[in-house]
Design a protein around this ligand. Structure first.
Ligand code: M6R
Length: 353
């Protein structure tokens, strides 16, 4: 039931805060130690020489973020693959691969096809899914729940943040993140709420930057590039504004020729290592007439940035950055009088290949 909400998407955006709390309570005990992750899962991952994350759409984008946690905290090289590609062009695998499937529904046919192949080849697998008892959870060796509650809107929101959180928790459980992850996640959840409470700002940004526009861009580097592709998918799939998300350094290799007077370019700026470079890229598109909308972390912010996010651990910033993107997509779609929850040509669960 949508309750007081006009659309499920808005309800589900709001619910991300409670999902973050729920996950940290489920996966951590009172002493901030991991619970509810079977030792067998941990040892199977530790025994691997390479992790293969396989997923589609938004779940694939959550994998792009999770890769960072697995590599940084477990030291195990991690690849992220689109399931529809992997299914028919399986890359050369390492000696001891371990597969992680990410899925809201647990029924995505492209991912099921890969899991079938993986099972036939005898490789170990784990599914992180929102719908437990789904095909992907039943057919993998292991499964962990996303605990996001039913996600009804076609545009995935809370399943994405839940996937990122569970990936972080799993990587932390396997490796040694050196951070108090339970506490960091609690802080992040508080800041998510702060952003969600500023909906009107994103409504204004969406209307100002996107009304009448046919195309838009999201740029960033590192984890911001990972969120940029998700932000672009969110905006394009419901508003039908053709949106590209990509690594900001790629602008000069082609895309910058598309920039015209007024082209909306959303820049995500939360990673200190590359902030200077991204500032340069923002200046380059601005010089060519782009309408730049800068969403920056607090410590990297400058006067005039469109929206300043609260600071949390940089690795967890994707959990915050995606919220403005979700809200901008939502309000841009409302502004066009489109059905936010049911975009044309799309199904919630894609059960055909
Ligand atoms: O249920 P899944 O997570 O496996 O679904 C994967 C994609 O179909 C899904 O994320 C899709 O991209 C969403 N509509 C994005 O908002």
């Amino acid at each position: 039931d949508k309750g007081v909400y006009p659309y499920y998407m808005l309800k589900e955006i709001d619910e991300q805060v409670i999902v973050a709390h729920t996950l940290s309570q489920y996966y951590f005990d009172d002493n901030a130690q991991i619970q509810n992750i079977d030792d067998d899962i941990i040892s199977a991952i530790k025994a691997a020489d390479r992790l293969y994350i396989v997923a589609a759409g938004t779940s694939y984008h959550a994998g792009l973020v999770g890769k960072r946690y697995f590599e940084q905290w477990t030291g195990i090289p991690t690849e992220v693959h689109i399931s529809s590609e992997f299914a028919y062009d399986q890359p050369l695998l390492s000696q001891r691969p371990f597969f992680i499937f990410l899925s809201q529904s647990g029924e995505t046919a492209d991912s099921r096809e890969v899991l079938d192949n993986v099972v036939k080849q005898g490789y170990p697998s784990l599914t992180l899914a929102n719908v437990m008892n789904s095909t992907l959870t039943r057919e993998a060796n292991f499964a962990l729940p996303l605990l996001a509650g039913p996600e009804i809107a076609v545009a995935s929101t809370k399943a994405y943040t839940a996937q990122i959180i569970v990936e972080a928790i799993l990587a932390h459980a396997v490796g040694n993140s050196q951070i108090d992850l339970k506490n960091e996640l609690a802080k992040t959840a508080v800041e998510m709420q702060v952003i969600i409470d500023q909906k009107d700002e994103f409504k204004a940004i969406a209307e100002q930057a996107l009304r009448g526009q046919r195309s838009a861009f999201y740029i960033g580097r590192g984890l911001d590039a990972a969120v940029a592709v998700e932000a672009a998918l969110k905006l394009k799939e419901i508003s039908y504004i053709q949106t590209e998300g990509f690594a900001a350094g790629e602008l000069k290799h082609g895309t910058i020729s598309l920039i015209e007077e007024g082209t909306p370019v959303f820049a995500l700026l939360t990673q200190s290592k590359t902030a200077g470079l991204v500032r340069g890229e923002i200046a380059q598109v601005a010089a060519r007439g782009a309408n730049t909308i800068i969403i920056s972390g607090k410590k990297l912010a400058k006067k005039g940035d469109a929206y300043v996010l609260p600071d949390v651990n940089e690795l967890l910033m994707p959990l915050l950055t995606v919220i403005p993107a979700q809200l901008i997509a939502y309000y841009a779609t409302l502004d066009r009088n489109l059905d936010v929850d049911r975009p044309r040509n799309l199904a919630k669960s894609v059960t055909v290949q």
